[in-house]
Design a protein around this ligand. Sequence first.
Ligand SMILES: Cc1cc2nc3c(=O)[nH]c(=O)nc-3n(C[C@H](O)[C@H](O)[C@H](O)COP(=O)(O)OP(=O)(O)OC[C@H]3O[C@@H](n4cnc5c(N)ncnc54)[C@H](O)[C@@H]3O)c2cc1C
Length: 683
Amino acid sequence: MPQLTLQADPNSKSLALSPQKSTSRASSSNTRAIHTSPRGGGGDIAKRKAAYTKKGDEPNLWELHHIQEDMAAINKKKHFKDGPDAKGESKGQPDRGTKREHSPEGGGVAGARETKRHKNAYEIKGKVATYEDAARTDEDPPLDQLTRLLENGQEDVPKGDCVVYWMRMEDMRIEDNTAFHRASERAQEFGVPLVVLFVLSPGDYKIHDRSTKRIDFMLRNLRYLKPRLHELDIPLHIVSYDRRLSIPKRLVNDVFPSLGAKHLFANIEYEVDELRRDIAVVKLGREKGMDVRCLHDRLIVPPGRIKSQAGKPMSVFSPWQRAWAKLLAAEPKLLNLSPSPKANLESVKKDERFAKLFDDEIPDSVEGFECAERKQIAEIFPEGTETAKELLRRFLHTKPRKTQFQIVSPLSEGAQESKKESRVSQYQTGRNLVDGDNSSRLSPYLASGVISGRMVLDEAKKYTGGKLESGRDTGVGMWVQEVSWRDFYNHVMSTWPRVSMGRPFLEKFADVQWEVNEEHLQAWKDGKTGYPIVDAAMRACKARGWMENRVRMVSASFLVKSLMLDWRLGEKYFMESFIDGDLAANNGGWQWTASTGTDPQPYFRIFNTLTQSEKCDPNGDYIRYWVPELKNLKGKAVHDPYHQMPSSEFKKLGYPAPIVDHKKSRERALFRYKNVGEKEDGS
Ligand SMILES: Cc1cc2nc3c(=O)[nH]c(=O)nc-3n(C[C@H](O)[C@H](O)[C@H](O)COP(=O)(O)OP(=O)(O)OC[C@H]3O[C@@H](n4cnc5c(N)ncnc54)[C@H](O)[C@@H]3O)c2cc1C
C-alpha cells in the first residue's frame, strides 16, 4: 500500500503570514492567538497585515478573518480593561446576553491580578492562549458565528454536476449520518451523483496532538468504508493537504470545481479551529456560488439547546443532565436515526470525472503517524460500524469477562449471554472497576463517529422496552448518563471555547503554581512513578491507547495533585496517546481533575492513590498484568510494595520507589490551590 507523504501546498502562503507559530494546543483552539505574552498587542497584527500585503497573496478569508477578529479585539480593549465582574454571576451561568462575560466564574482574572508570576512548564512552550484571546473567543463563539452565517442561506444555487458530502474524522459511518443522508436526498432530488470527500490533513493531526493510534484507526475505518460505499456506487474521494489553513481555499478553488459540485454537506465539528475552517469554507464557497450546509450530528442534543430557566447556558452537570433527559422525553425525534444514503446510478462510472475517483487510494499510513503497534491495536479495537454494534450488543447482553483488560480482542469467543448479569446491568459498580470489560469500550467508535450517539441510545432504549432510562438507579440509566457527559462536554466547549484554548474554565485557578520537573513527567508517562495503579494505567495507555475511566481519573489526579504538574501537559499526552482522543471529553476530564473545570472535583478533594487502587483493582490483577515487576506479589502488597515489603525484598523487584510522598504532596497541592500564585516556600 502506498504511504502518504506530506504535500507542499503552494497555495497556502497564508501560513507563513502569521508571525506566531501555531502550536499543538492552539490546535483545537486558536492557532494564531496563542502566545505567552499576557497582553496580545496590536503590533503583531500590524506585522501580520504587512506581511500579508507584501506577499501579494490572494485574499485568504480564513487568515483575514483572524486578522479582522484581532482588530475587533483591539477596538474592544476598553471593554476588556476592566476585567469581568467577579461577583455578577451565579455559578456556571454566565451572562450570554449581547455583552458576554468572559470569565465564566468569579474569583479573579489571570493576568489582571498582580501575583508573583512563575512561568509554568506548559506556558514556556507557548501553548496557552492569553486571557484576552480566550475571552474574545468566548464572547462570540465560533459556533455562534457559523450558525449566524448559515441562517442566511444561499438561494437558487444551480444543481451542479454532483453533490458532495464531506466526511470528517468524527463521522466515519454510513448509517445515521445527518449530512450524508441530507446530501443523498439532495443528490436524488437533482438526479446527480453523490460523492464522499475525505480530506487528510497531517498538519491538523500534528497541531491537534492526534495519536498514531487514532490516525491509524481513521485509516482502517476508511478502508472499511470504501467497499461499502462502492457497493452503493458512491466514490470515496481522498485528498490530502498538509497545510491545514489552506484547506478551505484548496477545496473551493480546486476540488469542488473539478467535480462540478455546487452543493456541499458536512456535519459540524465543534472545536474552534474546525469551526473557523468551516466558516471560511462557507464564505469562500458562497463567493463561488456554492451552497454549503453544515449540520448538527455529533451529539444527541445539539449545543445551545439546553438552557437554564433564565435562558442561560448551564455549566453544572446534574441540572444540565436533567434538562437533557427532559428535552429528550419532550422531543423524542432527537433520537431518530437518519435513513442511510441511497445508491448512485451505475452510470456514475461513465463520467470520467467520477469514474477515476473510485480508484482513489487510502494510504497505508500518514507520514509522522505510522502506528508501530498497529496489529495489536487492530486486535483490541477492530474497525467498522458492524464491530461497534457487536460491542454494544455484548455490553448490553453478555456478562463481564475478567481477562478483557488485557491485549485481547473484544470479539473473542466466550462471552456468555445474560440479560440479568450483563455488563450494563452491573454498570453501577462495574464502571469503577478496571479488572475486566465492565464498560462498553465504545469510546474510540464514538469519538471517530463509527457509531453515533443516537444509535447507541436507540439500543439502550430497546433494552428497556422502548423507554430511555437515564436515572442513576439502574445500570442502563447510569450508562445513559455517562453517554450524556459526552454531549455535556461538547456543550461546554461550544459555549466557552476558552476551555479548548489552554485556559481553565475557572480563571481564578489560572495562576496555580506548577512544578517544572521533566523527570517526574517522564516517570508518569513511562509508568515508573512507584505507585502501581498509576504505573499500570500509564503502561496500559501506551500499549492499548486506551484506559478505563477510573484510572484515567486516578492517573490524571496523580499528575496534577501529587506531582503538581500542569494539567495541560497531561491533557496533551493523553491526546497524543489515546485511540479515542477527543478534545471535549479529554479537556473536560482534565479540568475536572485539576479542579479548574465546569462542575469540577473541589480542589481540596484529593484522590488517595492507594485507596483508589484497592477499590478499582481489588485483587490486583490489573496491576500484575501491566506491571510485570509485581506479577508475583500476593495480597495487598501489590498496591503498595514499597511500604508493605522489607526494603531488601523490595529492591529485588526492580520496581521504582514512590517518586513523591502522598501526604506531603497533598499538603503542597492544598497550599497552592488555596494560595493561587504562591509556593509554600515563598519562592
Ligand atoms: C482525564 C480524562 C481524560 C479523558 N479523555 C477522554 C477522551 O479523550 N475521549 C473520550 O471519549 N473520553 C475521555 N474521557 C472520558 C472517559 O474516561 C471515557 O469516555 C471512557 O473511559 C471510555 O470508556 P467506555 O467507552 O467503556 O465508556 P462507557 O462507560 O461505556 O461510556 C459510554 C460512552 O460515554 C461517553 N463517556 C463516558 N464517560 C464520559 C466522560 N466522563 N466524558 C465524556 N464522555 C464520556 C464515551 O463516549 C463512552 O464511550 C476522559 C476522562 C478523563 C477523566
